[in-house]
Design a protein around this ligand. Structure first.
Ligand SMILES: NC(=O)c1ccc[n+]([C@@H]2O[C@H](COP(=O)([O-])OP(=O)(O)OC[C@H]3O[C@@H](n4cnc5c(N)ncnc54)[C@H](O)[C@@H]3O)[C@@H](O)[C@H]2O)c1
Length: 372
């Protein structure tokens, strides 16, 4: 399939998963910055409501909403409504488009679904990634590559870190600044999702080291913001906001004191801008200490489930019903990224506080409540 629209000859970014939460923001951002933007997406994004696997049709409702938005508001962005698992098609798109950069934001993103359907998770997250990486390798020069990895690569090993239990959250005893990139990734549970993302992380490192493709790997914690369609077990801030606005009970697995550092999408876009500049100026020699980064809000921007519920109750002015359940397989009790390496190398720092950021999610969800 040919792209739907064509822009002028400028620096070109190909975004896989370009109609997803992160991908669509990245596409819109770089298009506004004057880049030529090409998106590849198979319209399989989950949400806004859970659809059992056997009833999933070709276009998911959330993909359809964002597709309409792109067609109406962003006609200069080239869209390939294709599946990354189709190797021949991906090579063809890459040869036709010859992007300067690739941001790989496509994937199966639910840990919960990956336990139900490990093969589907593997095909999307490993085979799909390899197809795009290999297609990039066949270009000369190869495009520079940013892979959106996850904190789930560290798996349940995180739970071996000493924690203190406070009244509303767990707290790290040591290390105080969070989990660094040198933290171990194996000899622990991950969920199939964490495993497929870790396999992808290693493949990207390998394509950097063996084939000289300039790569950056962002092991991200919780990214949040408007245009997210949260579901049970995925995009929890958005999920809690949707349930709270709809006066529906929220299920809590474990104590509710689980903590995550959270990064607003606006701060992530700022980082991507700097990452692109960095990739342009760096040599292609792979060095894990300069190519792999933990990305999140850091210790200054962390919140527990319980604290989010309290904040929502104070903002919305009514009580939220909670249903308590035992801890889930593969859950991390606390994850806070040590973002000092990214802060130093990209001269970047998160600016948006949880209160400010979560308010943007409440506002967007309220305006779009008819979708949920
Ligand atoms: N959102 C977060 O908090 C977060 C945290 C860590 C890592 N990540 C990673 O960032 C990436 C983007 O996450 P998101 O929150 O935007 O997810 P999302 O589900 O909103 O977007 C993923 C997009 O990929 C597309 N896609 C899936 N499989 C595909 C395939 N085989 N071919 C083509 N397109 C396909 C979907 O249609 C969807 O539009 C994912 O790889 C995820 O693992 C996200």
């Amino acid at each position: 399939m040919n792209g739907e629209n064509r822009g002028d000859k400028r620096k070109k970014i190909l975004i896989t998963g370009g109609l997803g939460f992160i991908g669509s923001h990245v596409a819109e951002h770089f298009s506004a910055q004057g880049f030529e933007v090409v998106c590849v997406d198979n319209l399989s994004r989950p949400g806004p409501n859970f659809v059992p696997p056997d009833q999933r049709n070709q276009i998911s409702p959330s993909s359809s909403i964002i597709l309409d938005y792109f067609r109406t508001n962003l006609p200069n962005i080239v869209l390939y409504l294709e599946d990354l698992r189709n190797e021949d098609k991906i090579i063809q798109i890459m040869q036709e488009e010859r992007p300067d950069f690739i941001i790989h934001a496509a994937g199966q993103t639910s840990a919960h679904d990956s336990i139900q359907e490990p093969m589907l998770d593997f095909e999307n997250n490993v085979v799909g990634l390899l197809n795009i990486l290999n297609a990039a390798r066949l270009c000369s020069p190869p495009p520079k590559f940013i892979y959106l990895s996850t904190n789930k690569v560290y798996g349940t090993k995180i739970n071996s870190v000493s924690l203190e239990e406070m009244s509303t959250r767990y707290k790290l005893k040591d290390p105080p600044d969070g989990i660094a990139e040198t933290f171990g990734v194996d000899l622990c549970g991950h969920t199939p999702y964490g495993t497929s993302k870790l396999a992808g992380d290693l493949y990207v490192q390998e394509f950097g080291a063996s084939y000289g493709i300039p790569v950056l790997i962002f092991r991200m914690s919780c990214i949040y913001g408007p245009r997210q369609f949260g579901l049970e077990g995925q995009a929890w801030i958005s999920h809690f906001v949707i349930r709270a606005l709809k006066h529906q009970p929220i299920q809590i697995f474990g104590t509710g004191k689980q903590v995550r550092d959270i990064l607003h999408i606006t701060d992530l876009l700022e980082l991507f801008g700097k990452a692109i500049l960095h990739l342009e100026s760096q040599s292609a020699v792979f060095d894990p200490s300069k190519n792999v980064f933990n990305i999140g809000g850091g210790s200054q921007n962390s919140i527990s489930l319980m604290e989010l519920l309290q904040f929502l109750e104070s903002e919305l002015n009514y009580p939220i019903t909670i249903e308590n359940h035992p801890t889930r397989l593969g859950d991390q009790q606390l994850y806070i990224s040590d973002i000092s390496r990214a802060e130093k190398i990209f001269v970047w720092q998160p600016q948006i506080s949880p209160r400010e950021g979560i308010s943007t999610v409440i506002e967007w969800t309220q305006k779009n409540l008819s979708h949920f």
